[in-house]
Design a protein around this ligand. Sequence first.
Ligand code: GLU
Length: 500
Amino acid sequence: MTVRTRIAPSPTGDPHVGTAYIALFNLCFARQHGGQFILRIEDTDAVRSTRESEAAILSSLRWLGLHWDEGPDVGGPKGPYRQSERADIYKAHAAQLLERGHAFECFCTAERLEALRKAQLAEKGRVGYDGHCLSLSKQEVEERKSRGEPFVVRMKIPATGVCVINDLLRDPVEIEWQQVDMQVLIKADGLPTYHLANVVDDHLMEITHVMRGEEWITSAPKHLLLYQYFGWQPPVLCHLPLLRNPDKSKLSKRKNPTSIGYYRRMGYLPEALLNYLGMMGWTMPNGEEKFTLDEMAQSFDVKRVSLGGPVFDLAKLSWLNGRYIRENLTADQFADRLVEWALNREYGVPILKLVQERVERLSDVLPKVGHFFSGSPALTEQSFAHKKLSLDEVKRILFFSSRRLDGLRKWDAETLKAELERLGEGLGFKIRELLFPLFVALSGNAVSTPLYDTLHILGPDLSRTRLREALQALGGLSKKQLEELEREYRKLPGGETEGA
Ligand code: GLU
């Protein structure tokens, strides 16, 4: 048997360090067994998936030095590797399940399902589908279909008994079938849900080991049942521990930058970041903390992965990065890295254009553009002193602009301008007032390079992090304040449509 592992990211946002961590472990496992590592794009959520996000994920993983043997960009014998291009395959498989009586058509309306959910919540019972359409006759199903009534396909679930999940890292986990919902497999638009597409693809792509984040363990019963319904051998399952914030909560961008782009822009070296991700739940047998991908792959043993929630600690990562800079680079190579990172024309010229009109000597330039080449500015309450705005108003502005920019997919100066102007109007602030806290958050100064261009050049990762850190520098927001502001935000023009 050839070992085949995969990473299956959904292209719905910024490339996440957690994706790189899971990819690294899958790659090491495949390499160690002389197998293959596959990259598959799970874009069944047509509304949230974008090609920009897919491209960003691929380029971030490549920047880190992770390479896959098969994928949407490199091709391979089991393609296509993008689920949006495999709709017919899933349809055919769902038809098979219907034919064999393992699935059923469900015509329940959104209103009925919502009423059901409310009633179940009120009774404090289990929330889930009640099997209303399970017993429709073939004839009725055909009639309703021919009338054009929208329907989904759901999988049948045993009424009793338990599902036993065998996991490489755990004792068998038992989940009662009663706890498992009759999962929708094909949505009303004819596209599959994650569960069906994931199982069908893992089988057809001959994946032997599914190594993924432990948040998916509760989905395993549905997946194992689907393998059984199809009569397929399921892959070996291995749920890896989730990355954690230092307070042990699940790694989230509210507490820690999670986008790989942030680390790249902050000047972490890819080999150091990859090494650091290798330390998440894994230690080298010799105890060495600094190691290469090759070294990790050579001594990798998945059984030694520890389940005690690995903490993603920025200070430790920075320490390791420093070691790479000090120990691995000559001064010339160090210079090359800086050039590659930001001291180049591509990054520099648009910045110089912003200050050319405002300098008299070359030596005036660097002090004006430092914020494009350094980490977040050091901020205190004093930095935000303003004759009209109170600190509370500054915090409101930081929260609302952060919220707006978090949801923004298009990141050019015009879009940024339009969005912030709309926000200013919605909040009743003059645009100059609204922009003041942003200038300070991004550059450390009330007067700086033009704001929309600055945001554009800094890019979403650094800009969002600086706004978040500025709010923290002012003491942050309590849970209650956050909830209130969140409610207020949703009422603003554009507030409901953009998710964080
Ligand atoms: N598309 C899922 C994700 O984004 C993949 C989960 C899995 O590996 O099965 O995490």
